[in-house]
Write a protein that binds this ligand. Structure first.
Ligand SMILES: Cc1cc2nc3c(=O)[nH]c(=O)nc-3n(C[C@H](O)[C@H](O)[C@H](O)COP(=O)(O)OP(=O)(O)OC[C@H]3O[C@@H](n4cnc5c(N)ncnc54)[C@H](O)[C@@H]3O)c2cc1C
Ligand code: SF4
Length: 370
């Protein structure tokens, strides 16, 4: 099918799905940002935002452009909650891993095992992992051959596995009873569903759990020193889009940036075959719309100061772009990160009433936007 031919078709013919919400027909420009979603409603149902990542992986598998996708999820393994990165070879396995596990995952461990793998793989990675994979492929030509695509997720902070462990305890659940964790996000709300042994399910509002993450509980330490969040080293970068106009859309969208000409060609083909629908958003507009958030998470000055206040060695010690409000927000994050490093600290943090944690999370968010 030629580029731009045909209207965008939507996967599921519900009342709200029948009109083409996304209408970009020109060729995708590398480095620019587009917003879109998977046309297959079954994909969107299990996805973190618009299901763009899962739709790409399924398409690559179906067309045999790859033999497996390296995906990640959080799940129960031998009685413990674990972040798992694994090769998915079927539609079911890819769908099972859809959605975001807001945890640092062992992607790189699995990437190293790909040396000698008979086949080609697409990898979903966090920005720091995508950068590391790029460096690894430069020194390992065999690995380069194996890796067909690196899809990077936008990321402004992950937590360690202990995050889920303590949260489960807080919820009165035994980690050994949890077999599955699914984060089902909706626009601002959503829920976390813990699948228990015997088929029972425990539902928790996403905002309740996410408040601990935003406040800094079990914050993955390297995230305190990280200043690249849009996965610039990946072939394609995908994230959420929180621009006001998308809040009223009946379908959640993902933001997508193709980093190479090859990735742009792939995105064109996905659009032409109605696998994914896109519209132009623009990188400049994204940077302008989220300028405060970008400043909060892309500069280190405030974090260096917060680290000094809380006794953490964050960054090089340079105080570039210092902002006092951001320093206050990072101090809360560093403080709770420190608390969650010790048994006594964790006990204290997780004994606090939920509204206090939610208040801290709101404060961090509010200060970040100033
Ligand atoms: C730790 C973390 C922090 C994030 N922070 C932000 C943010 O600040 N801003 C933003 O815009 N977006 C952020 N995202 C990305 C966002 O949550 C969605 O993943 C993204 O919008 C893609 O949505 P989708 O519907 O296209 O993905 P889906 O179709 O749902 O597919 C998501 C894919 O990501 C994989 N995956 C899930 N968790 C991980 C993980 N921890 N490590 C590696 N792979 C994983 C899944 O296996 C799946 O293949 C974050 C994601 C993670 C995991
Ligand atoms: S914030 Fe940075 S260091 Fe932390 S997981 Fe995301 S990309 Fe990696």
């Amino acid at each position: 099918m030629s580029r731009g031919a045909g209207r965008v078709r939507i996967g599921e013919p519900t009342a709200s799905d029948t009109r083409p919400l996304c209408s970009h027909h020109g060729p995708i420009i590398p480095g620019e940002m587009y917003c879109g979603y998977a046309c297959d409603a079954a994909v969107r149902d299990v996805a973190a935002s618009g299901g763009v990542v899962t739709a790409i992986l399924l398409d690559l598998l179906e067309r045999r452009e790859i033999d497996a996708a390296l995906v990640s999820r959080i799940t129960g393994v031998n009685g413990s909650i674990r972040a798992v990165s694994e090769l998915a070879r079927t539609r079911e396995e890819v769908l099972r891993a859809a959605g975001s596990a807001y945890v640092f995952t062992p992607v790189l461990k699995q990437v190293k095992k790909l040396v000698g793998f008979a086949g080609r793989v697409a990898i979903v990675a966090l920005p720091c992992q995508a950068a590391r994979i790029r460096r690894l492929t430069e020194s390992h030509p065999d690995l380069k051959e194996r890796i067909a695509w690196v899809i990077g997720l936008f990321c402004r902070g992950a937590v360690s596995e202990g995050f889920y462990r303590d949260f489960l305890r807080r919820e009165g659940l035994n980690e050994a009873d949890v077999e599955q964790v699914r984060v089902a996000r909706r626009r601002v709300t959503g829920e976390v569903v813990f699948g228990l042994r015997g088929g029972e399910r425990h539902h928790v509002p996403f905002l309740k759990m996410n408040a601990y993450r935003i406040a800094g509980a079990h914050y993955h330490f390297p995230c305190l020193c990280c200043a690249e969040h849009l996965a610039a080293s990946a072939d394609l970068s995908v994230g959420d889009i929180f621009a006001p106009e998308y809040k009223s859309r009946p379908i959640r969208h993902s933001a997508l940036v193709c980093r190479t000409a090859g990735a742009a060609e792939l995105a064109d083909s996905l659009r032409d075959r109605a696998v994914i629908a896109y519209e132009f958003f623009g990188m400049e507009r994204y940077k302008k719309t989220f300028a405060r958030l970008e400043r909060f998470s892309n500069t280190l000055g405030a974090r260096v100061a917060a680290g000094k206040l809380t006794g953490l060695r964050v960054g090089s010690g340079r105080m570039e772009a210092f902002d006092p409000f951001h320093a206050m927000a990072w101090t809360i994050v560093c403080m709770n990160h420190r608390l969650s490093r010790t048994k006594r600290g964790r006990r204290f943090l997780y004994a606090l009433p939920s509204p206090i944690i939610q208040g801290l999370a709101m404060l961090v968010k509010g200060l970040a936007r100033l």
